[in-house]
Design a protein around this ligand. Structure first.
Ligand SMILES: Cc1ncc(COP(=O)(O)O)c(C=O)c1O
Ligand SMILES: C[C@@H](O)[C@H](N)C(=O)O
Length: 340
């Protein structure tokens, strides 16, 4: 009963098969191979725009690299106080941007609020020498509370950011989980809503270690700088074809969407069962593959005793994450242990 994190799940067999297929003979290195080229074209089709993409092997590297190409060293990145870039990347964004500040903002269910963004933009002017000018707005979709932003909310936040000359970065470590919940197109949930750079994560949804930094046309001119930073950070992998191959297998036949739907469905099942327990209450709506729920101590103790894997979260809730390979039986077994 492993609900610790989708980061602990194995890779999907189709991803491993795609890796094997990419392992034929010699290929150009550092991202100049045919697999990278094919996946770039496939992503252009999926996102319906002439994007550029670099491949990396962790979400933290993707976020930090993307932000380093968008934010000046003496600028500020606005994000939610629970954002992964704020809480879980040990200063990688600050390091890769050579010192940009992160300004954490409050908002229920880890969602940035438009009024909070306007307030922060008013408090941090661009033309006061003692102040640190904001340069990027970063939001996570799916966010760190397992919640989505409606497309119109992304659009409103991005408009406010663009009106002040900020770029918009989206941490899409669980982009597919949000996409299938909102039932919109990848383009509608990203660049058409005003996102300039997207970190698209496959690792938590079936891949072995595959992440993509996508630059949409509005920031394609940053590609050279991004590549330079990728190299300097040691993330320009010689055999990049094996990262791209994971995306090729992940995107084939909409596997990425199928796996996200399956994980989300099991998270819903789990949330319905857990929230029905006496004394239990959901900390956040379940809009992806993560469940944050306040449980009575005896239930926690029973689950631990039964060997269930889940995190105690800073807000006092318990976080359960369903992955692509979570089964209905595992959900039912956990619920049975919680109920006895
Ligand atoms: C919202 C979010 N963004 C980024 C990351 C970073 O991913 P990684 O652990 O691959 O660095 C995670 C990790 O799970 C995450 O939950
Ligand atoms: C660090 C932890 O938050 C990880 N990103 C996860 O979602 O499991």
């Amino acid at each position: 009963m492993n609900f610790l994190s989708d980061t602990t799940a194995p890779a999907h067999p189709a991803i491993l098969k795609a890796l094997g297929q990419a392992n034929e003979g010699f290929a150009a290195s550092y991202g100049n191979d045919e697999v990278c080229e094919r996946v770039t074209e496939r992503l252009r089709e999926i996102f319906e725009t002439d994007l550029e993409v670099l491949f990396t092997t962790s979400g933290t590297a993707s976020n930090a690299l993307a932000l380093s190409a968008l934010a000046q060293a003496d600028s500020m990145i606005l994000c939610h106080e629970e954002a992964h870039i704020q809480r879980d990347e040990r200063g990688a964004p600050e390091f890769f941007t050579r010192g940009a500040k992160l300004l954490p903002l409050h908002g229920k269910h880890a969602r940035l609020r438009l009024d909070g963004l306007h307030k922060a933009l008013a408090e941090w002017p661009a033309d006061f020498v003692h102040s640190t000018p904001p340069s990027v707005l970063s939001l996570s979709q799916l966010n760190e509370a397992g919640c989505t932003y409606a497309v119109n909310d992304v659009r409103a936040l991005a408009l406010a950011a663009h009106e002040r000359g900020l770029f918009v970065h989206m941490d899409g470590a669980r982009f597919a989980n949000a996409l299938v919940t909102l039932d919109v197109s990848p383009a509608e949930m990203s660049w058409k809503a005003g996102v300039d750079a997207l970190c698209l994560g496959a690792t938590k949804n079936g891949a072995m270690m595959a992440e993509a930094v996508i630059l949409f046309p509005s920031v394609k001119d940053r590609l050279g700088e991004l590549k330079a930073r990728q190299k300097r950070a040691g993330h320009m992998l010689p055999k990049m074809r094996f990262v791209a191959a994971q995306f090729e297998g992940w995107l084939a036949n909409d596997l990425w969407l199928e796996l996200a739907r399956k994980a989300n469905a099991n998270a819903r099942r789990l949330s319905e069962g857990l929230s029905a327990l006496e004394g239990a209450s959901l900390a956040h709506p379940v809009e992806g593959n993560e469940v944050f729920v306040h449980l009575p101590e005896p239930v926690i103790a029973r689950l631990r005793e039964a060997g269930a894997g889940f995190y105690a979260w800073p807000d006092g809730s318990a976080r359960f994450v369903a992955s692509w390979c979570t089964t209905e039986d595992e959900v039912e077994t956990l619920l049975a242990a919680a109920r006895v």
